[in-house]
Write a protein that binds this ligand. Structure first.
Ligand SMILES: Nc1nc2c([nH]c(=O)n2[C@H]2C[C@H](O)[C@@H](COP(=O)(O)OP(=O)(O)OP(=O)(O)O)O2)c(=O)[nH]1
Length: 162
C-alpha cells in the first residue's frame, strides 16, 4: 500500500516589533500587498526561512529587506508547537519580540503601510483586519507584553519613604 509522502511544515518567522522590550506599549503592524487572499490584511513582518538559515537569522534579514530596520530580538511568543503557531495546513510561524535599534520602519517590500498601534485591548490593534491565523498570536503577544510591563513596574524603585 502506498504511504502518503511525508510533508515537512514550511517554517515562517515573524516579528512583534515593539517600542521597548522591557516596557512594551506599542506594536508595529504591517499591511500585506500579496497574495490576493491576504492583500490588505495586517500581519507581523517576516517571511520564510530559507534553506541553511536559522530562524533568528532569517527574521533579521526579513526585517532589513521589508522595513529597512535593524532590531534587537527579545522573548519568543511561544506557540503551541516547537515550530510555533499553525498558519495553515502547510506552514507554521515562530514569532519573537523585537526592538528597533537602527532605521525608521518603512514599507519597502511586501507591504503598503506600516503603523504603530497601542497594545491595549479593545483598541486599534483588535479592530485591524488581521490575517485570521494571526489572531491567537496577537492575544498571546498581549498577554506576554502585559506580564513584561508588570514585571518592569514591580521591579522599578518605589517612592522614597523618607
Ligand atoms: N510574514 C508573515 N506571514 C504570515 C503571517 N501570517 C500568515 O498567515 N502568514 C503567511 C502568509 C504567507 O503565506 C506566509 C509567509 O510568506 P511571505 O510571503 O511573507 O514570505 P517571504 O517574505 O519569504 O516571501 P517570498 O520570498 O516567498 O516572496 O505566511 C504573518 O503574520 N507574517
Amino acid at each position: 500500500m502506498t504511504q502518503p509522502a511525508e510533508t515537512a511544515l514550511r517554517q515562517i518567522v515573524g516579528a512583534a516589533v515593539v517600542d521597548s522590550l522591557r516596557h512594551p506599549t506599542r506594536l508595529l503592524v504591517a499591511r500585506r500587498t500579496a497574495p490576493p487572499q491576504f492583500a490588505g490584511m495586517w500581519e507581523f513582518p517576516g517571511g520564510k526561512v530559507e534553506p541553511g538559515e536559522g530562524c533568528e537569522e532569517a527574521l533579521l534579514r526579513e526585517l532589513d529587506e521589508e522595513l529597512g530596520i535593524r532590531v534587537r530580538l527579545g522573548h519568543e511568543v511561544p506557540g503551541p508547537g516547537p515550530q510555533g503557531w499553525p498558519l495553515n495546513a502547510t506552514a507554521v510561524m515562530r514569532v519573537w519580540l523585537a526592538e528597533p535599534s537602527a532605521g525608521e520602519a518603512a514599507p519597502l517590500q511586501d507591504h503598503d503601510e506600516v503603523r504603530w498601534v497601542a497594545l491595549d485591548s479593545g483598541g486599534e490593534l483588535d479592530a485591524l483586519p488581521w490575517i485570521p491565523a494571526d489572531r491567537p498570536i496577537v492575544d498571546a503577544l498581549r498577554a506576554l507584553t502585559a506580564r513584561l510591563v508588570e514585571t518592569a513596574r514591580t521591579a522599578a524603585p518605589g517612592p522614597d519613604p523618607s
